[in-house]
Design a protein around this ligand. Structure first.
Ligand SMILES: [Zn+2]
Ligand SMILES: [Zn+2]
Length: 257
């Protein structure tokens, strides 16, 4: 999809000045006008791999007394404490997740505007980063999770599917939602960790024998993502008993609340 041209910063609303530069004309590429003012743009931070990141969930780790932020070593990989606990419950190959942006104030505000204010134009702000992740991971069939009927009704659009559409990333969803319709973000941390299976595989016929990558907007406790990986793994294993399913996951942000 082609990005719109906006004369107001999509985040703070201040006026944007689009000056056509000589290099725009000489480059012969389609002109990309900015969607954010310089101040707002500067607040978006990609996850920085000079930091120590949890292999399991992309959380920043460092030497500290806080058990949740300390690195824990397991089989030559570094995990956070939450992921160490997931390793007791899930196969180690499920405990790997990449994230694109730092979950900072700018990201939180973006998510609020996009998802809860249903301002879908905000989706354009992440489409370039998503498209470049897709460039590196085209070997995977990208998937999105099923939305609960309650959030579809509230928003009127499928939040993650629309983000991928805006970034021109082909994707599908073999999942159907069978959860309790309560918003993940309204549950306590404990309730989210004890989550019962929220998905079923709806469309077995759409599954093919290839690597899959599940995209979600935010990874919080990992509970939802791991349930989805488990059910997809079981379905792939049943359909292609000779193959070892490969299922990865990626999100825009990694929330550590
Ligand atoms: Zn701005
Ligand atoms: Zn982790």
């Amino acid at each position: 999809m082609t990005k719109p041209r906006t004369f107001a910063c999509l985040s703070c609303g201040s006026r944007l000045h689009h000056e056509l530069q000589v290099q725009h004309i000489l480059s012969l590429k389609p002109i990309e006008f900015p969607l954010l003012c310089e101040t707002c743009q500067a607040q978006w931070q990609h996850l920085d791999d000079t930091h120590l990141l949890c292999w399991g969930c992309s959380r920043y780790l460092h030497e500290t007394d806080d058990i949740y932020e300390q690195p824990h070593r397991r089989d030559d990989l570094t995990y956070c404490f939450d992921c160490i606990r997931w390793l007791e419950r899930y196969d180690a190959r499920f405990i790997h997740h990449q994230s694109i942006y730092q979950y900072n104030e700018a990201f939180r505000e973006w998510l609020y505007q996009y998802k809860f204010q249903a301002d879908f134009r905000q989706g354009w702000l992440v489409s370039e980063a998503l498209a470049s992740s897709y460039q590196q991971q085209q070997a995977y069939q990208w998937l999105v999770l099923a939305s609960s009927p309650a959030s579809m009704q509230m928003r009127g659009f499928h939040a993650t599917s629309l983000l991928l559409d805006m970034a021109d990333i082909p994707h599908q969803s073999p999942f159907t939602y069978i959860g309790d319709n309560q918003k993940q973000s309204s549950k306590t941390r404990q309730a989210r960790l004890q989550l019962k299976q929220a998905f079923a595989i709806d469309d077995m016929a759409s599954l093919v024998d290839r690597p899959y990558l599940i995209f979600d907007d935010v990874y919080t406790t990992g509970a939802t993502m791991l349930l989805a990986k488990q059910i997809l793994f079981d379905a792939l294993k049943a359909r292609f008993p000779e193959s070892e399913p490969v299922i990865e996951s990626i999100s825009l942000g990694r929330d550590t609340d």
